[in-house]
Structures are given as C-alpha cells and as structure tokens.
Design a protein around this ligand. Sequence first.
Ligand code: TRP
Length: 338
Amino acid sequence: MITTNRVLSLIQPTGDMHVGNYFGAVANYVRLQETHECIFGVVDLHAMTMPFDPAVLRANTRQMFIDLIAAGLNPDKCTLIIQSLIPEHTELCWIFNCLTPIGDLGRMTQFKDKSDQVEGEGGAFISAGLFDYPVLQAADILIYRADQVPVGKDQVQHLELSREIARRFNYSFGEYFPEPAPLLTEAAKVMSLADPEKKMSKSLGDKHTVGLFEEESSIRKKVKTAVTDSGALPEGVTVSPGVANMLTILKSCNKNDVAESLLNDYKAGTLRYVNLKEAVADALVELTSSMRARRAELMKDPARIDKIITQGTAAARQISRETISEVRKLTGLPERAN
Ligand code: TRP
C-alpha cells in the first residue's frame, strides 16, 4: 500500500474563528506543522454548496485564511491554500465523480442533515454541489496524495468514502493513491456558552461563541454571562453541562491544575461560579492576546497576505499538477502542457 505521511486538513470559511474552531481543529494543526509535511487552508468551493452571498464568501475566505496564520500556522512551516485557486481540485473531482456511485453519496449523514436544513429554511433547492461535497473533499485530499487527515468525528464517514474512491481508482487504473485515514486527536469539543448542550457554532448566534480574536472586555463579558447552572441534573450526571464546558475550556488552555481544583470545589459544594468564570476568562485572555495582536498586524498588511497566498498556491500546484498529469495518463486523457 502507498503511504506518504503527508497531512492535509481544510476548513470552511465561516467568518471569524471562534475558540471552538481553535481547540477543536486549529490548535492541532499548529502542533502538526512542527512534525509533518502539512497542507492547510480554506475551502471556498465547499462554501458554495449552501446558499451564499458573493461579498460574504469573498470576505470570509480571506478572513479565515488570515485567522489561520494569526492562530499560529506558519507559512514557512506548512503550505497554506485557498482551495479554488488550485484548479486541479475540481479537475480531479470530476474524474472521481465518475467513480462514485450515487447511492454512496445519498447515505452521507452530513448531506442528509444539510439538505434537511435547506428545506427547513424554506424552499430553496438542494444543489448537486451539496450532494457532491464529499467527492470534492476526496479530491482535496488525494490531489496531494495526503494520507493523514486531522478531522473531527463528524468527518469520519467522508474519509471512508475518500478511501473507497482511492481504492476504486487504484483497482481500475493502477496503484497510485494512498488511502487517507482520519487523524483523530482527543481534541476538545467546546460547547455553546449560552446553551452548553449544543456544540459551539457560529450559526447559534453571537452570545453562544467566544471569538478567538475578541477584545478582552468582550471575552470577559461573554464568559460572565455563560450558563453554568441548569437546574436538576439527570441520573448519573455529576457536573452540569455549563460547568463541564468551563472546565473543558480551562484544560484546553493548559490550565489542568486550576480545572482540577475548581472541580473539587464544585464537588464539595463550595465552588463560586464567579471564581470559575474569572479563571476561564483569564485563561482565554492569556491565550488569545498574542493572537489578537498578530492578527491586527496581518490585517494592516494586505500585500503580505497576498504574498503568502501566492507562495502557498505555487507550492500546492507543484504537487497537484504532478498528480493530475499522472491521473490523466492513467485514465486515458490526453497529455496537457501545464
Ligand atoms: N468537510 C470538512 C468540514 O466540514 C471540510 C473539508 C473540505 C475538509 N475538504 C477537506 C477537511 C479535506 C479535511 C480534508 O470540516
């Protein structure tokens, strides 16, 4: 079996990055760039699979790209891309489309959830792009022959499909692609501040999230109003979801001992929520203040961002052109001067 040990993960341009995105994914990318050959970036084409506004798409894509750097991805240590700038993603996607049974796509739970959402929001149609989303994702990964994909559990099914596509290609046209596997880390799942039974997500609304680059005063205000006590707990649950979420955030900020001692207070019935919240706010402010400063610097220098985009695109295309040229040969398409 072919292995490359190359890491790839991409993220949707959802607007400003929040601490849920950071602890759930980006913090892990930042660690991986030290040990692996990595490609990270923003999937603007995937963002078109749900109803979108061009100005918002443009702004969010650039913002997410900047935020990845501000959060700690170093363009000298990893390759940073914007998906649509590398046309080989979509070219490979077409070839993969022709290897993918529509039945497999209909079984994808993300497709079912998102099409329910589209219907729920009132009559807009479900696009072929939404249906095809996982095939483009397989192309994102395999165009670089990456085989390590750091993602959350919700993406495991998509990666199974990517492996199946790789296998079907290899079987039909010759061993060429590695089989990408999820790199599951014990990334913390941060919950909403206002409704700690739901995953922190921008779509829930502003009071549910803490932006990774929010001002100190705003972080403190949000944490102060977070839901901690939710009344009687179900059988077998010893910590309320809100308190558990506060402790998760503390641990994610590397404040394990603080979390431990506050948990003991909680169990002893002596915890004062103000103290818990103050500890969480302090930890978040400490973690994010240098990121906020770095982001402000980056935002002042659009030419530097453009240069990083150009540099990432060039590095990525070196690999993607090689892959597509080999794939064209293997599948019977004419050679093309790049
Ligand atoms: N589907 C992924 C998500 O929603 C985003 C994504 C697109 C991705 N292409 C990818 C993740 C390739 C990993 C590898 O999180």
